[in-house]
Design a protein around this ligand. Structure first.
Ligand code: NAP
Ligand code: MG
Length: 475
């Protein structure tokens, strides 16, 4: 790994940090300590936020939309040119299968392209107020946005916060997850190379409770855009209250996958394993609660189990790998403790760590757990699926919605009325019919209930990175 990546990226260049305290990071596949990252201090955050505020006032907020578009397109091009290198970094750092890492880097580039174009497509209104005169609305940038990102999809989540924030004319101080700092730093470097003025995108690595908290509490951050756990989201919401800071929170999930007997069962059953085991289950949208209609349950289970057994678990760098290790030893042990909390009678497959180095957990299937079981109710964030059968649509929907979360859902049916009816009734920000996709660059993404507040992606995300101003002209 490039030595620079153990530093911070502030005011257009790598910077060793005011204190320069370091933390060693472990490769989740080899279990060897391999890299260092800087633990950004409160002074580093202060330096970064003030630098960003200066960059905002000195020109970024007033730069023409045309010039901003040009820079963001150039950044997208540089990301594409560096795709292999970025994918390799991400894959080794967090154990992500290389083919997934490539897709995620390409997605990041696409997000910058989308918002580079969207800049001039997000505009205000002319309102016929009863007093006469001319009334217009303006969308204006907030100032300095603090972006806090998790380790499961580091690059795309970073891009889907940074790109709309910059497009709208804000400056960003980015705090990547402690365990996945490297592609965020590379983004800072590429943005500078694309012509982004120094200070407009700052990257301060470090832990949540010090570096992250300092960013949330800094008096000059106008908004915190956070993706991570519900627990930390709740804490950020409390901290933001003092300064009435804007927040957007993308939090946890326990997403349902509802399979009706009238669907294309082969397609539903064979696609469902990767809808939960993808990214080793470390996915806020993982379809970890399957509801299958009783009359097709045997057939569904047969295909699901067979498909799961055929999944390729192994070296993150191998092109055929579908499931890599979990991010850390702690994460693996927590996932295993969830599995052990459940009666062995319900365990149909997996349930163990793999017999090799690396923080692997075998894809695990739990059948008919109790409605009150921890594995059924809580987000496990690992390769574990719980499958229950149902007979009655209304009763099933009650169980689906009996969750504090509401992020994503899949519905499998060929009955158009049922598809629409059930889509409306599921309490979830994102619903996918006869598909498991959750994320589209052009469409809003985010949760109901304790899965979050605000939306990432699409034009709606730009609302969250702007203030709405009304201007009246007496004529
Ligand atoms: P996390 O512990 O909440 O961490 C997320 C980020 O917040 C990390 O950068 C973390 O730093 C930082 N952080 C931790 N404590 C903080 C504090 N007190 N103040 C400010 N920042 C703080 O989440 P995670 O364990 O990395 O990720 C798993 C969770 O993310 C799951 O619940 C998952 O569902 C959710 N997630 C949601 C979405 C979505 O779009 N809805 C997407 C992906 C993941 P450290 O790295 O030092 O902990
Ligand atoms: Mg955490």
């Amino acid at each position: 790994m490039d030595k620079n990546l153990s530093q911070l990226f502030i005011n257009g260049d790598y910077y060793k940090g005011t204190e320069g305290a370091k933390r060693v990071l472990v490769n989740p596949y080899t279990e060897a300590p391999e890299w260092e990252t800087t633990l950004g201090s409160a002074e580093d955050i202060d330096l970064a936020v003030k630098g960003a505020q200066n960059a905002f006032v000195d020109g970024w907020r007033d730069m023409t939309p045309g010039k901003r578009t040009e820079i963001l397109f150039k950044l997208a091009r540089l990301i594409r040119e560096q795709l292999e290198e970025l994918a390799r970094i991400e894959s080794t750092n967090i154990g992500k299968p290389i083919s997934d890492a490539r897709d995620e880097i390409a997605l990041g580039a696409r997000i910058f392209e989308y918002y580079a174009g969207a800049i001039t497509l997000f505009y205000g209104e002319t309102i016929p107020v009863s007093k006469g005169g001319l009334d217009i609305t303006l969308r204006q940038p907030l100032g300095v946005v603090g972006a806090i990102v998790p380790w499961n999809f580091p690059f795309p989540i970073t891009c889907w916060k940074v790109a709309p924030a910059l497009a709208a004319g804000n400056c960003v101080v980015l705090k990547p997850a402690l365990l996945s700092p490297f592609t965020a730093l590379k983004l800072g470097e590429l943005a500078a190379a694309a012509g982004l003025p120094p200070g407009v995108l700052q990257v301060v690595t470090g832990g949540g409770s010090e570096t992250g908290s300092a960013l949330v509490n800094h008096p000059l951050t106008r908004k915190i855009s956070f993706t991570g756990s519900t627990q930390v989201g709740r804490q950020i919401m409390r901290q933001a209250a003092d300064g009435i800071k804007r927040i957007s929170l993308e939090l946890g999930g326990k997403s349902p996958n509802i399979v009706f007997a009238d669907c294309n069962l082969e397609e539903a059953a064979s696609s469902s394993p990767m809808a939960v085991y993808g990214n080793a289950g470390q996915d806020c949208c993982a379809r970890s609660r399957v509801f299958v209609e009783e009359k097709v349950a045997d057939q569904f289970m047969e295909i699901f189990l067979e498909k799961t057994k055929s999944l390729n678990m192994g070296a993150p760098g191998a092109p055929s790998t579908q499931i890599g290790p979990l991010i850390s030893r702690e994460r693996r042990d927590e996932v295993l403790s969830y599995i052990q909390s459940e009666s062995a009678d319900h365990l149909l497959l997996g349930g163990k760590s793999a017999d090799r180095k690396g923080f692997f957990v075998e894809p695990t299937v739990i059948f008919q757990p109790d409605l009150n079981a921890r594995v059924w109710k809580e987000e496990i964030f690992g390769p574990v699926v719980c499958i229950r059968t149902f007979k009655d649509e209304d009763l099933m929907l009650k169980e689906v919605n009996d969750s504090p979360y509401g992020l994503s859902a899949s519905i499998w049916t060929n009955d158009i009325k049922r598809a629409f009816r059930v889509s409306r009734k599921v309490e979830s920000g994102v619903v996918s019919v006869n598909s498991h996709s959750s994320v589209h660059v052009e469409a809003p993404f985010g949760g109901f209930k304790q899965s979050g507040i605000g939306r990432d992606l699409g034009l709606h995300a730009l609302e969250g990175y702007t203030e709405l101003k009304n201007i009246y002209f007496g004529l």
